[in-house]
Design a protein around this ligand. Structure first.
Ligand SMILES: [Zn+2]
Length: 617
């Protein structure tokens, strides 16, 4: 028997359902719709050389008032990674959502087809690439750029799409940029506009008046903080690889940097006040961003551009929307994500060819509390001193590859955020995994072969021409596969082994190989069993060579296309093959080397290659 609910209860349920529905719809609207700011103005403030960790959201002890206040009412991307550690390529990546090797503005100069040196320019080097400004102009925006010149000057292509672009003061500051921007905005504010406002105030080559200093005024300091002093220290670090400064001197430069940040912040404060006075905050998306950090001997240098450590890669990025919606986003994002994010917030749809160009992704999902798990690729080709690439994974691993010194570094950022413990020798599997990702993002064949310097203690000029393609970690051994054109090199390293044991292993190997070629019965029983005999021409030839105190043993024979040994049939032979052993007593390492060359190549090459290899210590 059913009992009917009483009328009062039913009414109560309907009201509850209605309230739930209203709350659900409202909440959903806030989540989905309020982020869009169609036809809003866009202002991007590019603060050159500002480290993220000198702001309040990193619990920095010094108060950078305006930026800290803005951060409290904005979407703050706490872990934003720049795609380059110096101005030119970094801002170009921001403006195009492409990696430096794609927009090709990786250096101030390039060599043209006639071999002449010319100034790098986006429209010459990458004519197909469209800038954020060009898109906004096409969407009917008035566009104005107000910059400190140098790395963002119009010559490189930054002025593309701008109705007005100021770049007359080399290493100019916000004092000028904000003043000019305010004049321009006042004239254009009745129309939707995009303003890019940039200043070098935090940069080493920006000189801060003595009376504007707070922390670097102490008379104990021997430095004055001039541009010349800063440049001299930067160059010394670049030339010598490592700079020595006393604790007191380092304190001075850090204090001066903070003085510059405070000075910049005061200019920003006035500009924010201007926007409020002009009632522009309620119809403008304000983006605050920096292009790279600055280093203070964390890794032996001063300034920026030369490395890809986090003191340079972690930049400031926050978005202030007209409503005061806010969120601190811990997940890693990239500067290439700025362009697709602002286009998305302005509800500007990108055409298919632009979709192909854009390497970043709209961060709206993160702003709504979702996850994206982004990896960050960065690179720097700085003034002929440096050619580096890095890959920073969303889960805290980082690979840095230096193509000039042919070395690599791996850091576990979760446990080693300051990148002090390079795990390249102990984390081979991680290296292989990160290397694949790095190659994917850099879209280029990387010369990572010479990383053998770190992993194999063998030396010879010919050996260095090979490229490491993979390695396998076994219990007591590591296997490495190398390639050079159509030649293959396979090296097996046995670690922690004494000389006596090494000799035993070598002899065992030789006995086993000889056994492979001895005449034997085929494995078929009874009458169909035949004796198999390997013709002499296919049998291995064993050599012993005395070089100084070392005795090298090796043998040459043939191999099939699967690098197998013991091939006695012409049909199956694909390579000439050498197998040899070298014991390195100091490292207590035994190397078994197998070298394969195509049949048509000179046999002598194998022997020559092998007897020129030495232990490198
Ligand atoms: Zn810069």
């Amino acid at each position: 028997m059913k009992t009917k609910p009483k009328r009062g209860v039913l009414k109560y349920i309907i009201i509850l359902f209605f309230i739930f529905f209203v709350v659900f719809v409202t909440f959903n609207n806030i989540n989905q719709k309020n982020l869009l700011c169609e036809d809003c103005n866009l202002i991007i403030i590019g603060i050159d050389t500002l480290r993220a960790d000198h702001l309040g959201y990193y619990n920095y002890e010094r108060n950078i008032t305006t930026l800290n206040n803005l951060a409290e009412n904005s979407y703050v991307f706490k872990n934003t990674i720049t795609q380059a550690s110096w101005t030119l390529p970094s801002f170009m990546s921001l403006f195009t959502s492409t990696y430096p090797h794609q927009h090709k503005i990786i250096n101030k100069f390039y060599i043209n087809d006639e071999g002449e040196i010319e100034t790098s320019n986006l429209k010459i080097l990458s004519p197909g690439i469209v800038t954020l400004t060009e898109i906004l102009k096409q969407e009917g925006y008035k566009t104005g750029g107000f910059t400190g010149d140098a790395g963002v000057c119009s010559e490189f292509g930054f002025s593309e799409g701008f109705d007005y672009y100021y770049d007359k003061d080399i290493f100019g500051g916000f004092n000028k940029s904000f003043t000019l921007a305010e004049l321009w905005i006042s004239k254009n504010k009745n129309h939707k506009f995009f303003a890019f406002i940039h200043g070098y105030d935090c940069h080493g080559e920006f000189e801060l008046d003595y009376e504007k200093r707070l922390f670097s005024k102490d008379s104990n300091f021997i430095y004055n903080g001039t541009m010349e002093e800063e440049i001299a220290l930067r160059e010394k670090g670049l030339e010598e690889g490592y700079l020595n400064l006393s604790k007191n001197d380092l304190t001075f430069w850090k204090n001066l940097y903070d003085d510059k940040i405070v000075n910049m912040d005061n200019h920003l404060s006035n500009f924010i006040q201007y926007l409020k006075d002009e009632e522009l905050m309620n119809k403008t998306i304000l983006v605050i961003v920096s292009d790279h950090g600055d280093e203070f001997l964390e890794h032996g240098k001063i300034d920026h551009g030369a490395t890809l450590y986090d003191e340079l890669l972690k930049v400031v990025f926050m978005i202030k929307l007209p409503n005061d919606n806010k969120r601190v986003i811990e997940e890693q994002v990239r500067l290439i994500d700025v362009m697709p994010t602002v286009l998305d917030l302005l509800n500007i749809k990108t055409e298919s060819n632009l979709k192909k160009q854009i390497q970043g992704i709209s961060l709206q999902p993160l702003m709504k509390g979702k996850s994206l798990f982004l990896d960050a690729f960065s690179e720097t080709d700085y003034r002929m001193f440096v050619s580096k690439k890095s890959l920073r994974t969303h889960n805290g691993w980082k690979l840095i590859v230096d193509s000039l010194s042919n070395s690599a570094e791996i850091y576990d950022l979760t446990n080693d955020p300051h990148e002090t413990n390079n795990l390249i020798t102990s984390k081979r599997d991680k290296y292989n995994e990160l290397k694949k990702k790095l190659i994917f993002y850099s879209n280029t064949e990387l010369d990572l072969d010479l990383l053998t310097d770190n992993i194999i203690h063998l030396n010879s000029e010919e050996f260095k021409k090979f490229k490491l393609i993979e390695s396998f970690e076994l219990k007591e051994k590591t296997l490495y596969n190398f390639i050079k054109n159509n030649e293959y090199l396979k090296i097996e390293k046995t670690k922690n082994i004494n000389e006596e044991t090494a000799k035993k292993l070598i002899n065992n190997d030789i006995i086993q190989i000889k056994a492979l070629f001895s005449s034997s019965l085929s494995p078929y029983p009874g009458e169909i069993s035949n004796e198999i005999e390997c013709a002499d021409e296919f049998k291995p030839i064993l050599f012993k060579t005395e070089i100084g105190d070392d005795e090298l043993q090796y043998l040459t024979t043939y191999s099939n296309d699967r690098f197998g040994i013991g091939v006695c049939s012409k049909d199956l032979i694909k390579f000439r093959y050498l197998i040899g052993w070298i014991y390195c007593p100091k490292m207590r390492e035994l190397y078994k080397i197998r070298y394969f060359i195509p049949l048509e190549e000179n046999y002598e090459k194998l022997k020559e290659f092998f007897i020129n290899i030495r232990c490198d210590n």
